[in-house]
Design a protein around this ligand. Sequence first.
Ligand SMILES: [Zn+2]
Length: 140
Amino acid sequence: MAENHPKTDQQWREQLTPEQYHVLREKGTERAFTGAYWNTKTPGLYHCAGCGQELFESDMKFDSGCGWPSFSQALEPGRIDEHRDVSHGMIRTEVTCSRCGGHLGHVFNDGPAPTGLRYCINSVSVQLEKKEGAGETSGS
Ligand SMILES: [Zn+2]
């Protein structure tokens, strides 16, 4: 539960794009493989698109093939709240930003070691701040 909830629904509508509002405030889900970050490998920090809290680091991002940005863990404990979600006939664990309560996505237990977790996050819920001096390295 978001203890701090300083913004009204109207303020969120003014601050966020319609897509961000739909996902963050109405718990929507962007289509797989359509988001800005599902295939991004750029080093940097992922901030909450609602309040700017730092949530994930690019080092924790992995290629899950699911079509959404996937992370094996949050930047720090306490950045993300978990909620049991029984919508759509499934039992899942919803994850939200601990500061603004914005819906981010879901966490699953099929991620890589050592956490075994897969935070499946909507691209529109986060904004990537590129690491300073992180050049576009060519090739692999
Ligand atoms: Zn937030």
